[in-house]
Design a binder for this molecule. Structure first.
Ligand SMILES: [Zn+2]
Length: 59
């Protein structure tokens, strides 16, 4: 499963900036956003920074 936009809602510029989260590949606009996500994924997902809807994630 792969998202087509970065977590911040912009088009994907750098395909190396991504993380796997519960089987979903999530891209980020910059390294700082990735670091922020890795620090606390749940908080990032629930923040305004997160502009995309993740596909349904099977736990
Ligand atoms: Zn960002």
């Amino acid at each position: 499963m792969e998202t087509t936009k970065t977590a911040c809602g912009s088009d994907i510029q750098d395909k190396d900036i991504f993380t796997m989260y519960k089987g979903v590949k999530i891209y980020f606009c910059e390294k700082e956003c990735l670091d922020e996500f890795n620090d606390n994924p749940t908080e990032f997902i629930n923040s305004d920074h997160m502009r995309i809807k993740l596909p349904i994630i099977k736990e």
